[in-house]
Design a protein around this ligand. Structure first.
Ligand SMILES: Nc1ncnc2c1ncn2[C@@H]1O[C@H](COP(=O)(O)OP(=O)(O)OP(=O)(O)O)[C@@H](O)[C@H]1O
Ligand SMILES: [Mg+2]
Length: 607
């Protein structure tokens, strides 16, 4: 039921459903929107396969001749109209993100129904919070989300590319090319583009082992240094478009160190769950620190307790440092000074016993989920047992896992084997503020690291955390596959040239699709140039011509006005897998949208 040739029929419609049932035969069913003709036509369509069960008891055992029920309550858009309507919905979503692309991309401010304000540049977050209603628009939200899940970065670029591909497809539809032919042509063009990406990708030896090997063989790699510089440069490219871009270098270094600290280099795998990105409002972005251990937003219970405990034996308690209280209501009558003294003494003994039990078990540090009063606090200080109170439930579990401690619910159950171990537990103050945190380092069961972010307000803090997530994902991707391509639109222009060349070898509609794909790829450098305040078409044409004449895939858009278009010199890298994924996912979603030729929805949705 493709094409616009059947447009304009209002009274009766042919619906081909055969190609969904069997590829060898096609059935045509005639149905009408008016009841009288539908009754007449029902004789020719008595197959129960396509009739819905009728819940009306009177006709229970009869074959229901109705083919499609409640057509009058549905609205439909079909054929080319449907494809075009879907394309314009997708383009509208893509246009929103276009201005956010690149180092000079703009941020969006989104307010949730309950008044929470988010300021972000992250494509996936923008689309998530935009609450897109249109079904096809939601496909682009999913597209961005899958890029985020798989790669972590490039969530804006993938939507911009998909929008451009659909825009080009629209022009081809106007020229009478069948949507499926366009989709097939796009797939061939995508293969040519990804092959070009593989060709222009460079590999670097970033690991100490790899660098040592490269040095031994005397081979020339893109980086001869044994440090982590190429990883840092790639993460810095990711961070350059974010609010924390001004300290991207330090942040990128932190992310790379964090990922390498938890990476399993043999299996080339990274468990990002071990990298905790925590934060607290206050201080400056520059105060952000990487801590090799667990950070807990607490301090020692008494200011005179030692600020550092080395080789700590940790008791984790979920019972309070208090005399036990009976669950039932009770009343104590004290009618003499002696009785009162006896009661006080009893209470003090409880405290002393509790502290003694901890000491007897061998604990040198007590973490307590509950609080304790001044009396207990003083006693802990005088007995030389540092303690931390009101440690949260989640943190308690994390610490217990990392240090190998058992969570103890009663003092009577405390024993040496239930204690956890850490090389050091220290109280540190971050930045210039007086906020103090507890840092637990050298835990036997975990390589966990924490990036502790500081920022002036909650909005910046949240955006910084999102940006760091992108950079961590990029570093992880590089551990998995250490190939990069050049950013700033350089890779897209190289692919565009390759797709144009590939298009020359094919004929017919496929050639047009190749040309359209090639033009769509240019949407990314064009957006980068326009967002940076450069004359878009001129900047793009210049770089494209330079790449074509010099065959140099490093040339891209000089967004920051550095004075050179060579992205290798500028150190603007992107991961190969991220870029490849963008092309593949955008092409896939285009194919999906181009294949929809009938949109049926409740009439109320169109009102
Ligand atoms: N210094 C730079 N000069 C030129 N281009 C740059 C520079 N830094 C980044 N880019 C380019 O900016 C683009 C990335 O922009 P941005 O980070 O805003 O979007 P994204 O990565 O697609 O999505 P998101 O980060 O929201 O998930 C890439 O094409 C990258 O090559
Ligand atoms: Mg990015």
């Amino acid at each position: 039921m493709h094409g616009g040739d059947r447009r304009g029929r209002t009274s009766s419609v042919f619906v081909s459903v055969g190609d969904r049932v069997s590829s060898s035969s096609t059935f045509f069913f005639f149905f009408n929107l008016s009841t009288s003709t539908s009754r007449r036509s029902s004789a020719s369509s008595s197959s129960p396969l396509y009739s819905r069960p009728n819940k009306n008891k009177k006709t229970k055992n009869k074959i229901n001749p109705t083919l499609f029920q409640e057509q009058d309550r549905k609205s439909r858009v079909r054929g080319i109209d449907a494809v075009k309507a879907n394309i314009s919905a997708a383009k509208a979503v893509s246009r929103v993100l276009r201005t956010s692309l690149g180092p000079k991309g703009m941020d969006k401010m989104l307010q949730s129904p309950d008044g929470d304000v988010t300021v972000t540049n992250d494509g996936a977050t923008i689309l998530e919070l935009m609450d897109v209603q249109h079904q096809v628009g939601r496909l682009l939200v999913d597209l961005s989300r899958s890029q985020d899940h798989e790669i972590g970065d490039g969530t804006t670029g993938v939507v911009v590319l998909a929008g451009a591909l659909l825009e080009q497809a629209e022009a081809l539809l106007d020229r009478g090319i069948h949507p499926l032919k366009i989709a097939e042509g796009y797939e061939a063009a995508c293969r040519a583009a990804t092959a070009e990406l593989e060709r222009i990708a460079v590999e670097f030896a970033w690991s100490p082992e790899g660098a040592a090997k490269a040095a031994k063989e005397g081979s020339e790699t893109s980086s001869s240094s044994s440090d982590i510089e190429p990883l840092v440069a790639t993460c810095a490219t990711t961070l350059s478009s974010k609010i924390i871009g001004r300290c991207k270098r330090d942040m990128a270094e932190m992310c790379v160190k964090a990922v390498l600290a938890v990476a399993d280099l043999e299996r080339r795998d990274v468990n990002l769950d071990l990298v905790k990105v925590d934060g607290k409002v206050g201080g400056r972005l520059e105060d952000t620190r990487l801590v090799e251990g667990i950070v807990v937003d607490k301090d020692f219970s008494h200011p005179q307790m030692p600020k550092r405990v080395d080789d700590a034996r940790i008791a984790i308690l979920t019972c309070p440092f208090e005399p036990p209280k009976p669950k039932t209501k009770h009343k104590v009558d004290i009618d003499s000074v002696e009785k009162f003294e006896a009661l006080r003494e009893q209470e003090r003994t409880y405290f002393v016993e509790m502290v003694q039990k901890c000491k007897d078990a061998g604990a040198t540090l007590v973490l307590c989920q509950w609080g304790f009063d001044d009396e207990a606090n003083h006693l802990l200080l005088s007995k030389g047992l540092p303690a931390v109170r009101w440690v949260g439930g989640v943190e308690i579990e994390l610490i217990a896992l990392a240090t190998g401690a058992r969570i103890v619910p009663r003092f009577s159950e405390l024993s040496p084997e239930k204690l956890g171990h850490a090389a050091s537990v220290k109280e540190v103050s971050f930045g210039t503020t007086k906020d103090r945190m507890l840092v637990i380092e050298g835990c036997p069961n975990s390589k966990a690291v924490t990036i502790f972010v500081r920022a002036g307000n909650k909005m910046v803090l949240d955006e910084a955390r999102r940006a760091l997530h992108d950079a961590l994902c990029v570093a992880r991707n590089l551990v998995r596959d250490n190939k990069v391509v050049y950013g700033g639109g350089a890779a897209e222009i190289a692919c565009s040239l390759a797709v144009t060349a590939a298009g020359e070898k094919v004929t017919g509609a496929e050639q047009f699709a190749h040309r359209a794909f090639s033009d769509a790829l240019e949407a990314v450098p064009l957006a980068l140039a326009e967002n940076s305040g450069l004359p878009g078409i001129e900047a793009l044409a210049e770089v494209r011509a330079a790449q074509a004449s010099t065959n140099n895939p490093h040339l891209g858009i000089d967004c920051n006005g550095v004075g050179t278009a060579d992205m290798k010199q500028q150190g603007v890298f992107e991961t190969l897998i991220g870029k490849k994924q963008q092309l593949v996912l955008a092409t896939q979603v285009c194919r999906m949208i181009l294949k929809i030729d009938d949109v049926i929805m409740p009439a109320s949705d169109l009102e």
